[in-house]
Unconditional design. Structure first.
Length: 586
């Protein structure tokens, strides 16, 4: 072990002691020893091999003895004891920028934060800002730093879209294996999280060895991570797939698939609550199912939405919960809702009756207004809003006031020529840095629908950005705020804005907030969309379509909405043409 390694362990020991709130003098001694060893000119290991360890400035006898122990064994006993006592995720949390040992201890003791994922969740739920010496700004910084940490982990996190495409590729290839009957998606991808750390798949097979062999020899499998695991009734293998994505396959006989699907789908927090509920009723629950008095009860046959995974449905039924859709299994109240018979009827694709954010080739879209109308009719829509950009978005060929008037006339012309769908004349109007809009009030009044958005000046501080958006939402002509936080996956985390104030302003002024279904945005996210529901703010699930294929992205917005517990009545574009026109006063 070299000096850098020794210094690293001593420094980490100081952090662990501080996390535990131990004697500050002891903490300072380890910190000082770490700096001294790191700065020492000669390698201590070379000297130690030739005899006794020399005196190192700043290192007392007690720590010197521990250095000798490290040089012999690679660690020391007290360090290993503390490591074992502190949840492993705490170490990762303390490596996040802005999280020192004291902050980590406060997060752990007051909020139960034990992992980076827990930290992200606490920040998204606005629980961190309530802690002493922390507030909204610190909460936002911690959220960005934690997400950055996750994105830079050993395996690349994938967007929901990318992970879904990869999973489908693998399923299609494995469908050719005669040893595999069916394959299902589990894990966070099944819960439709916006980013996925790894892809979990469950294969139904009575020949697990052959199924695993097919999996590890997939065309785009770069390497096998570990050998085949025998998990009793199940088998497991993991690979690195093209693009540095981890994929795990679990092989199960069909009769035992349901419990495994439930366990792997998670989330961890949901499963813990489920285990607590089961214990209270005399059961234990795991990937092997419900066990009572040492035996696995017969789950019986089942129907409903679980399909061939019906026994998963039965597991929830036996616990008195009814079916809990995978998207809401995050320990955000779904257990209580199930026990009280109040699980909402989540929004589905069939509920959507129109799209209120669509671009044509008048600005930066690829299709004519007529082409968009014809395609929307094929999708069964009753209406779409053509919302091309305003002048400030010059890079997107934003419309001048004169061109917008021509735009309105063409929409009227298409409406006269095509039966079966209503086109709403609209705009995606820029909110300028001072909160003013790109178009005059007179011109905005002539439109059927006004969607507003921030596209420039994203570096404004939280207070100014909030004032800017609030001013737009207070404009009598505005109907919808598009992609409210401005985030783009892989490009930016979004601007700083007080979402509580934005939501309250939207509620007070009867404005709609958008879930932008573009895979690069998904904005509002699920936590903000849930917040909108709880505050009584209506939501629109839109695609921000720029080509005909983009209409299909509505499924990703629906994923977000389902994770937010949204029901059809929470979403304005589930309304009929008559009702949406009534709301828009057109």
């Amino acid at each position: 072990m070299d000096n850098a390694g020794i210094a690293g362990i001593l420094g980490h020991m100081a952090k662990l002691l501080e996390f535990r709130g131990e004697n500050p003098y002891k903490i300072a001694a380890y910190e000082k020893a770490s700096r001294s060893v790191k700065a020492y000119e000669k390698e201590l290991s070379d000297i130690y091999r030739r005899g006794r360890l020399p005196a190192v400035p700043g290192v007392g006898k007690a720590i010197k003895d521990k250095i000798e122990e490290m040089l012999t064994t690679g660690t020391f006993e007290e360090y290993e004891q503390i490591l074992a006592e502190i949840p492993p995720g705490i170490h990762e949390i303390m490596n996040i920028s802005g999280v020192g040992p004291k902050t980590a201890r406060s997060l752990h003791e007051r909020l139960g934060v034990e992992s980076v994922e827990d930290l992200i969740r606490a920040a998204e739920e606005h629980r961190i800002r309530r802690l002493p010496r922390l507030g909204p700004k610190q909460e936002e910084r911690l959220l960005r730093a934690a997400k950055s940490r996750v994105e830079s982990s050993d395996f690349r996190r994938s967007s929901l879209t990318a992970a879904g495409i990869i999973a489908q590729q693998i399923i299609e290839e494995l469908d050719n294996s005669p040893s595999i009957q069916r394959i299902a998606i589990a894990g966070s991808l099944r819960r439709r999280k916006e980013t996925v750390g790894n892809i979990d798949l469950v294969a139904l097979s009575e020949e697990p060895e052959k199924a695993i062999d097919s999996f590890v020899h997939l065309q785009k499998a770069e390497r096998e991570l570990e050998g085949v695991d025998d998990l009793g009734e199940y088998s497991h293998a993991a690979i690195v797939y093209e693009g540095n994505i981890r994929v795990d396959l679990y092989v199960s006989p069909e009769a035992r698939c349901g419990p495994l699907m439930q366990y792997l789908t998670g989330s961890k927090e949901h499963n813990i609550r489920l285990q607590e509920l089961a214990r209270g009723r005399g059961y234990s629950v795991s990937e092997h199912g419900l066990i009572c008095a040492g035996r696995i009860p017969e789950n019986g046959t089942a129907g409903g939405g679980a399909g061939y995974l019906a026994k998963e449905n039965e597991l929830y039924r036996v616990l008195g919960l009814g079916w809990l859709p995978p998207e809401i299994r995050e320990d955000r109240g779904e257990i209580e809702a199930g026990l009280n018979g109040r699980v909402p009827r989540l929004i589905e694709r069939k509920d959507i009756r129109g799209d209120l954010h669509v671009h044509s080739r008048w600005s930066d879209g690829r299709n004519s207004i007529e082409e968009l109308a014809m395609h929307a009719m094929v999708l069964g829509y009753e209406y779409i809003a053509i919302t091309d950009h305003s002048p400030s978005t010059g890079i997107a060929n934003g419309l001048s006031e004169e061109r917008l008037l021509e735009h309105i006339r063409e929409i009227e012309d298409v409406n006269e020529r095509i039966d079966g769908i209503r086109l709403l004349s609209g705009t995606e109007c820029d909110i300028r840095s001072d909160g003013r809009l790109d178009y005059s009030s007179e011109l905005l009044e002539s439109l059927d629908i006004v969607v507003v958005a921030v596209h420039a000046g994203l570096e404004q501080d939280r207070e100014k950005m909030t004032q800017r958006i609030v001013a737009a939402l207070e404009n009598e002509h505005v109907d919808i705020l598009a992609h409210p936080t401005g985030r783009k996956f892989g490009k930016r985390t979004g601007y700083e804005v007080d979402m509580d104030k934005v939501m309250q302003t939207a509620f007070d002024n009867e404005k709609v907030l958008e879930i932008n279904s573009s895979p690069s945005r998904l904005d509002l996210n699920d936590m903000h969309a849930r917040m909108a529901k709880e505050m009584g703010v209506k939501v629109a699930i839109d695609t921000d379509t720029h080509s005909l294929a983009h209409f299909e992205n509505i499924r990703y917005g629906i994923d977000v909405a389902r994770r937010a517990w949204l029901e059809p009545q929470d979403v304005v574009n589930t309304l009929s043409l008559k009702d949406i026109c009534s709301i828009l006063r057109v």
